[in-house]
Write a protein that binds this ligand. Sequence first.
Ligand SMILES: NC(=O)c1ccc[n+]([C@@H]2O[C@H](COP(=O)([O-])OP(=O)(O)OC[C@H]3O[C@@H](n4cnc5c(N)ncnc54)[C@H](O)[C@@H]3O)[C@@H](O)[C@H]2O)c1
Length: 253
Amino acid sequence: MHDKVVVVTGGASGIGEAMVKRFCAEGARVVLGDVDDAGGLRVAEQHGAQFLHLDVRLPEHWQALEHLLGSDYGRLDALMNNAGIVSNQSIVEADISTWSNLLSVNLTGMMLGCQTAIKVMQKNPEGSAGSIVNTASSTSYLAIPGDVAYCTSKAGVVGLTKSVAVHCATEGLNIRANSIHPGATMTAILKQAVNEMPELEPKLARMSPMGRMGKVDEVAAMAFFLASEEAAFCTGGQFPVEGGTVSEHPRML
Ligand SMILES: NC(=O)c1ccc[n+]([C@@H]2O[C@H](COP(=O)([O-])OP(=O)(O)OC[C@H]3O[C@@H](n4cnc5c(N)ncnc54)[C@H](O)[C@@H]3O)[C@@H](O)[C@H]2O)c1
């Protein structure tokens, strides 16, 4: 990935921060997009990336990214479509503004990212090429009743990714798209819940038959593989990073 240009959304913390760290360490030129300006600037400075205030819900922010890539970088090799939020509302609690906002970030934001990435990647100097990695979740397959919008969005990411992958492949664009599916990983998204309910932490660890939560660097490693040429024949796939969580039959004891 040396000198490749990589965009990471949601790069100001957690899994996205680990992605920024990994790609920068591998010599890529990284643009980090996030709504958290303070966190984004901190991570960018720490690892040598460029921060851009990017709200993934807004088409005009994606246009600004497109212009930045055109004027300052002249290419895009990989997009980590990673920004995501939770709602903590079950089907009976869901209110329309929370539901709509979550889907705007977790699903529409990723669609806009795919559109933008394809546009820029098609204009790469050596010809159309690139890799899109969408952060889904183990909840794409296994529902949590307490967050209907989140589960819906993460299942939607699978369909989005497959459609993008098949479109790009059949159009001969040499642009790949895959989803990654972390299990419980200790980041800000879960830290808040664990602070409020400490008894949650061992339960989260037990979600995996390996008996522990995931580490952000383990998720970044999968993203790095999919972005690289090592994954040249991988597209439309769903790649788990969850210690076997969705492989296990519910336990009897
Ligand atoms: N942590 C887990 O257990 C887990 C498990 C499966 C999937 N995921 C997914 O991984 C991704 C990263 O989550 P995380 O755990 O690192 O959480 P996190 O809260 O640490 O990071 C999410 C980042 O997204 C940013 N963000 C939120 N709304 C945004 C918007 N509108 N535009 C741009 N950026 C925005 C936040 O500011 C934050 O920096 C998410 O898509 C999440 O759903 C997390």
